[in-house]
Each structure stands twice: as structure tokens, then as C-alpha cells.
Design a binder for this molecule. Structure first.
Ligand code: GDP
Length: 316
């Protein structure tokens, strides 16, 4: 019988778009989305998990299509009020969004794990696919710039990615345990594909891959590993991926991302716009439209990605 499980590694905005596509073309019990938690932080006394939140809102169909993060139909009374009081308003938390952080924080304080909270909130919002944090243990991405080491959200949101990035670190990662459901899936012998979503490699996918045991489990799952390039026409659709690549001395291109994943990659999905620059990629390349504007784009790219994986799995 053919293998069924698709394990998708995802950050926030780009990853969630493909995760939504996958969730619409696969039965719910065939998709496991592994969420990056390196972006998580504590702010205003709240536990915030930006990538999990973007995945939840996107998969539930309540994401804000304009910002890419947060909820649609949002109001901002809390932000306006806290700003007027001289409070911290650099990290934008809408009123509806705030409810999720307050509730997550309450449950974590009662001793629930991040994965328990995530799965219950998914269920309540009608999300059928499984979304699992890479680990229930604390991992925090840190950025080294000219100012020295700073917290990820300080770099990403407060300073809007302006500092030049010299180095990244995932604090706590050596002690973090991969979530048991991810390991069980990867060891099940039933994995059809491991998909590296079109997320920022450095701050969304690599924290997941840095969890001890994760890379090895992916490799020994026996499943084809297929990545979708987050770079289109040599540029990021959104966010600092290309800027970061240049600052880290890498080629800001689809090929540069593939080189970063090279030891893992069996298949690579790139956009028509990058077709000329992929000569040296050792993975099997599929050229297609990778910009996901409509819901149909998300579904089509999900199907193309799964087809590429299936072609790699079948005897050549
Ligand atoms: P973050 O955690 O919110 O920063 O989000 P991700 O890391 O998941 O996604 C950021 C990446 O998604 C950027 O490198 C974008 O270029 C990429 N991205 C966003 N939209 C698209 C799209 O429609 N297609 C592709 N191929 N990449 C996209």
C-alpha cells in the first residue's frame, strides 16, 4: 500500500500558505505540520508563538490577508490604549489576536504543554490537520548584529530587520527534545513526503532542523524530502530572507536556498523566474509557478509538490 503521511516543516507566512494548500488536497489524518517555535517570546506577560499563530489563523481561514500575520476583521483598542498609557506598542497585538495569547498563557501556567494548547485551540477553531510545535521545550532564536546579540523579535519587529545579521543562534536547542508525535510519524514507515515549506531557511526551517535528532529522523524516514523555494526571481516575496542571505555571505537565490538544504534535499520546486539559475542543484528540480496569490495557487502548488515527491519515491 502506498505511504500516506505528509510531514511539512513550516514557519509563518510563506509556510502557512503552502500548509493551507496541503490541508485542502490531503485528508486531515495525512498531514502533520511541524511549526517553528524559535520565534516564540514573552511580551507584556504573555507567551506568544508567532509561527504557530499564523498557521492556526491561516488554516482556520481567519488570517489577515493584508498583513500576512494576525487575524482578519481585527480591531486595535488594546494597542491604542496601551500606547496612550506609555506602554509597549512596538509588537502589534490586535484585540482578537490578544485573546489567543492570553488563553495560551493561562493554560501554560496551569502546566499544559505548548503542543496540548495548540492542538486544543486548533480543534476549537475547526482545524482538522495536526499542527505540532517542533518541541515543547524552550528554543529562542537570537541574532548577532553590530550591536551584539539581540532577541529575534527585537530584530524582526522592533528594528524591522534593519540590523545586518552576522550570525544566528537557537538558544536552548541542544537541550530541546523533538515533539514525540513528529518522531513517531517520521519513524512510522508511512511517510509519503517531508516538505520544507517556502519559509525563511535561517529563522523558520533551520531551528526545526536544529532540534537534536530531527535531521537524522527525516533522513531515515525513507521519504523523499522536497523543498519549495521561498525565493522568487532572486527576491523574497516578503520578509528578510534575501537580505539575510546576502548578509551571511550567501548567494541570494533559489539555488542558494537549495545549497543550504543540500544534504537533505531530494526534490526542489522553483519558480519559472529562477529557471536559469539552478544548474548546480543536485536535487531533482521542478519548475512551476510558486507565487501563491489565490487559494487555487496554494492547492496547485501543494499538488505539484506532492507529485514531485511521489515521482522521487517511485522506482526510477
Ligand atoms: P515568517 O516566519 O512569518 O517569516 O514566515 P516564513 O518563514 O514561513 O515565510 C517567509 C518566506 O516566505 C519569505 O522568504 C517569502 O519569500 C516566502 N513566501 C511568502 N509568500 C510566498 C509565496 O507565495 N510563494 C513562495 N514560493 N514563497 C513565499
Amino acid at each position: 500500500m502506498s505511504k500516506r503521511l505528509v510531514v511539512a516543516l513550516s514557519g509563518g507566512i510563506g509556510g502557512a500558505k503552502l500548509a493551507l494548500g496541503l490541508s485542502r488536497v490531503l485528508p486531515a489524518d495525512e498531514l502533520l505540520v511541524v511549526a517553528n517555535t524559535g520565534d516564540d517570546f514573552e511580551h507584556l506577560g504573555l507567551s506568544i508563538s508567532p509561527d504557530i499563530d499564523t498557521l492556526i489563523y491561516t488554516l482556520a481561514g481567519i488570517n489577515n490577508p493584508v498583513t500576512g500575520w494576525g487575524r482578519r476583521d481585527e480591531t486595535w483598542s488594546f494597542m491604542e490604549s496601551i500606547g496612550a498609557l506609555g506602554g509597549e506598542d512596538w509588537f502589534r497585538l490586535g484585540d482578537r489576536d490578544l485573546a489567543l495569547h492570553v488563553e495560551r498563557t493561562r493554560r501554560l501556567r496551569l502546566g499544559q504543554t505548548l503542543s496540548e494548547v495548540t492542538s486544543d485551540i486548533c480543534r476549537r477553531l475547526g482545524i482538522a490537520a495536526r499542527v505540532v510545535p517542533m518541541s515543547d521545550d524552550r528554543v529562542r532564536t537570537r541574532v548577532r548584529s553590530e550591536e551584539g546579540w539581540i532577541d529575534f523579535q527585537d530584530y524582526f519587529v522592533r528594528q524591522q530587520c534593519r540590523p545586518v545579521v552576522h550570525e544566528l543562534a537557537f538558544e536552548g536547542v541542544t537541550l530541546a527534545r523533538p515533539h514525540a508525535d513528529i518522531m513517531a510519524a517520521l519513524r512510522s514507515g508511512d511517510v509519503r513526503a517531508v516538505v520544507l515549506c517556502p519559509s525563511n531557511p535561517f529563522i523558520s526551517v533551520e531551528p526545526i532542523l536544529a532540534i537534536p535528532g530531527m535531521r537524522e529522523a527525516i533522513k531515515s524516514s525513507g521519504a523523499p524530502v522536497v523543498a519549495v523555494s521561498p525565493i522568487i526571481g532572486g527576491q523574497a516575496v516578503k520578509g528578510p530572507t534575501a537580505k539575510m542571505m546576502r548578509e551571511l555571505g550567501l548567494e541570494a537565490s533559489a539555488a542558494g536556498v537549495a545549497a543550504r538544504y543540500s544534504d537533505l534535499l531530494d526534490g526542489y520546486i522553483v519558480d519559472h523566474a529562477d529557471a536559469d539559475g539552478i544548474g548546480n542543484i543536485s536535487a531533482r528540480v521542478t519548475i512551476t509557478k510558486t507565487l501563491m496569490t489565490s487559494l487555487q495557487d496554494r492547492e496547485t502548488l501543494a499538488r505539484v509538490t506532492l507529485d514531485a515527491a511521489d515521482a522521487l519515491a517511485s522506482p526510477r
